[in-house]
Design a protein around this ligand. Structure first.
Ligand code: SF4
Length: 452
């Protein structure tokens, strides 16, 4: 087996050439606009939204989403790894939740033993887009075997690529056809097939790989007594179908190479449909597209105010039709039945702030007009910045930092990445007051209530 496997582009017939020795794998993903390595999860993130990957790997903005489910998944994974390597068998009677979850899926796993490759590193790595190494670790691999179908008489060379997946809901499980083209599975199947059978296998029949995902439910207490706590999905992929799939991955990695050179988010396409997926994109506060989707999803106002804004017109007089404003311009829009209507006021289409606009309502709320129902509490922004600083500094409360350093750090952070959008401000909160002082000079519009 060669130390470095052929480049993907060579396999796909795009470019012929020797493999380039990769840089050490543990360098940062992107430095100075150069992409050093990729992985299946990175490519899947890029496929879901180019800009999300850019925030994560090029801007290196920490992903602050809840890590508790990831921690449980890691624990379950470690128990299964130990089991497949010949360690203790997890028990359904264990007091440990992670062990009970792991035990629920044993029925779907191969027998542990020396024949099994567990936690197999992709080493030597595949090289994509000419020279970018593809990192990864396969949960388990079986040895290649031969099999003759008793019905068709077809003779197969085959092996299995398996992966453990913890999930809160089986609806997130892939279908068999989705699994067959899943980036992670395709890359692992390709790597192993190349190792054991060589490049010639991609142009001949009789060779195939089984992909297996075992899904472990992480909240078994939410399931009925008789419901399955684990689920297995299988697919088959013939080696002759791999080059087309790998060529597509190669093109994706080539796009990632280019995206790694970008310094402005507006030069990186975003995918609006992904903003709210899986609890919401962690970069919505930084993303000009994400912020707009947040504003549209929720007003951020108390329910009582929302209901006031949505109050039916009720018993008051019917709204007076408004004459066309000028000949030839067409009629002015009429109040919509059921919406708040004021005499002489004709609602206009909401004008949301542009991506670079910051509007602050200090001690007051916009009840009608283009910002009604759009304004969000500035506290959300303050909390996001404060959380980042707390984690960096290892403190629990910015107000307790010596020499008011916490306030200075918050002000500096807001000055560096000021928010955009429409916010209402309650300055009685100490850190919000600090934020307000910082942001007023940066805001495009500031409206202050006279009672404050
Ligand atoms: S907020 Fe939406 S568009 Fe922006 S990076 Fe996240 S998923 Fe992509």
């Amino acid at each position: 087996v060669p130390r470095h496997l052929p480049t993907v582009s060579a396999l796909a017939g795009i470019v012929e050439g020797p493999a380039v020795a990769p840089e050490p794998l543990r360098v940062r993903t992107v430095t100075d606009g150069k992409l050093h390595h990729v992985s299946a999860s990175q490519v899947q993130t890029f496929e879901s939204c180019n800009r999300k990957w850019w925030f994560q790997k090029v801007q290196q903005i920490p992903d602050r989403t809840d890590t508790s489910s990831r921690d449980l998944g890691t624990e379950v994974h470690a128990i299964l790894e130990s089991y497949l390597k010949g360690g203790p068998t997890p028990s359904m009677g264990s007091p440990l939740l992670a062990e009970r979850i792991a035990a629920s899926g044993l029925i779907h796993l191969p027998q542990p033993g020396p024949e099994l490759q567990v936690e197999q590193l992709l080493d030597p790595p595949l090289l994509f887009a000419g020279e970018t190494p593809w990192e990864g670790k396969i949960d388990w691999l079986t040895q290649p075997t031969e099999y003759t179908d008793p019905v068709t008489g077809q003779h197969w060379h085959q092996f299995q690529v398996g992966d453990h997946k913890t999930t809160k809901n089986f609806r997130y499980a892939k279908s068999s056809s989705e699994l067959r083209t899943l980036t992670q599975f395709v890359s692992y199947a390709y790597w192993k097939a190349l190792q054991v059978w060589g490049p010639g296998v991609f142009t001949q029949g009789g060779y195939r790989i089984m992909g297996t995902h075992v899904y472990y439910h992480t909240q078994p207490e939410n399931l009925g007594a008789r419901a399955a706590r684990s689920k297995r999905v299988d697919c088959w992929l013939e080696t002759k179908d791999i080059p087309a799939l790998v060529s597509a991955l190669n093109r994706t990695v080539a796009d990632m190479v280019v995206t790694a050179t970008k310094t402005n988010q507006e030069d990186v396409p975003g995918e609006r449909a992904t903003c709210g997926a899986f609890g919401g994109c962690p970069f919505r506060m930084q993303c000009t597209i994400g912020r707009r989707t947040m504003n549209n999803e929720s007003t951020g106002l108390p329910n009582s105010l929302n209901s006031l804004l949505r109050k039916p017109v009720g018993s008051g007089p019917a709204p007076t039709p408004v004459a066309p404003s000028a000949a030839g311009e067409g009629p002015v829009e009429q109040p919509i039945p059921g919406e708040l209507a004021l005499a002489g006021w004709a609602p206009k289409a909401p004008v949301l702030p542009g991506p670079a606009e910051l509007v602050l309502y200090v001690g007051c709320l916009p009840l009608v007009g283009p910002h009604a129902g759009v304004a969000r509490p500035l506290e959300e922004v303050v909390e996001a910045h404060s959380q980042a600083i707390r984690e960096e500094q290892g403190v629990v409360d910015l107000r307790l930092m010596q020499f008011a350093a916490g306030k200075a750090l918050l002000a500096g952070s807001l000055r560096t990445t000021p928010p955009t959008g429409v916010y209402f401000v309650n300055r009685s909160h100490e850190m919000v007051a600090v934020a307000l002082e910082t942001l007023i000079p940066l805001a495009d519009v500031v409206i202050q209530g006279v009672a404050t």
